[in-house]
Ligand binder design. Structure first.
Ligand code: IMP
Length: 228
């Protein structure tokens, strides 16, 4: 596949499905109610993650970094971070130190609660250059809080951010300029997405591609649960 695909970022609301992945467009019968359509098929995901790995390696070489200190945001970014790390290895990048952190703002709801909680052990942060790896940036609140936590409370010397997906249209106005996402996999439209590690109320993480979820279905399901 050509270089052009590796840097392609903007995803139309109808989706980006590679020729090779046509079969992924056929939604499994038992998931038809939950999924609206495929938004990014697996070939595009893999191509772009390889592109991200190259960008990260290029910057690490420029900084003469001996290793990469990565902070992976659980649970959504775990799978993506593994693939990214393997691609960095395959492309000859520096060794990687894995750190995991749990940041929650959504709980089991499809709308943000606006609260951000941080939990997890981070032994390698002080005076280090950190790369946060996250699944998706929405309002930007979670990453803004995490970044300032690492810099101000944990004494990291610098913090960069890599996110597989960016819903830029949803960014809080005050964070639009302030929160820089250094490495963006894809810019996605303002729709609720799942798959490739990303959940919708703890469903659909295991999908090997990204889908637009049927928000109406999940809303009704949650309303039913709350009414119980
Ligand atoms: P933010 O603080 O509004 O930027 O929210 C970021 C977090 O919200 C992500 O790490 C996800 O856990 C969650 N999130 C935002 N949009 C979606 C989505 O479309 N699907 C699933 N989770 C999402």
């Amino acid at each position: 596949m050509g270089k052009a695909l590796m840097t392609r970022k903007d995803v139309p609301s109808g989706g980006l499905v590679h020729e090779r992945d046509k079969k992924e467009m056929v939604i499994r019968k038992d998931l038809k109610k939950e999924i609206s359509h495929v938004l990014i098929s697996s070939t595009y995901l893999h191509e772009r993650i390889r592109g991200l790995a190259e960008e990260i390696i290029r910057d690490a070489r420029r900084k003469k970094a001996k290793e990469l200190q990565v902070v992976i945001v659980l649970k959504g970014a775990a799978g993506f971070a593994n693939i990214l790390a393997q691609d960095i290895f395959k492309a000859g990048g520096p060794p990687i130190r894995f750190n995991y952190i749990k940041v929650s703002s959504y709980g089991k709801d499809v709308v943000s609660s606006g609260h951000v909680r941080i939990a997890g052990q981070l032994p390698y942060v002080r005076d280090k250059d950190i790369l946060i790896v996250d699944d998706i940036v929405d309002t930007g609140l979670t990453l803004a809080k995490l970044k300032s936590y690492l810099l101000d409370e944990r004494g990291a010397s610098s913090v960069k951010i890599c996110a597989l997906l960016d819903k830029r249209a949803r960014r809080l106005p005050e964070l639009r300029r302030k929160l820089r996402i250094d490495y963006v996999g894809f810019r996605v439209p303002d729709m609720f997405v799942a798959g490739y590690g990303i959940d919708c109320a703890e469903h659909l993480r295991e999908l090997p591609y990204i889908v637009a979820v049927n928000e109406e279905y999940f809303r009704k399901k949650q309303a039913k649960k709350k009414g119980r």
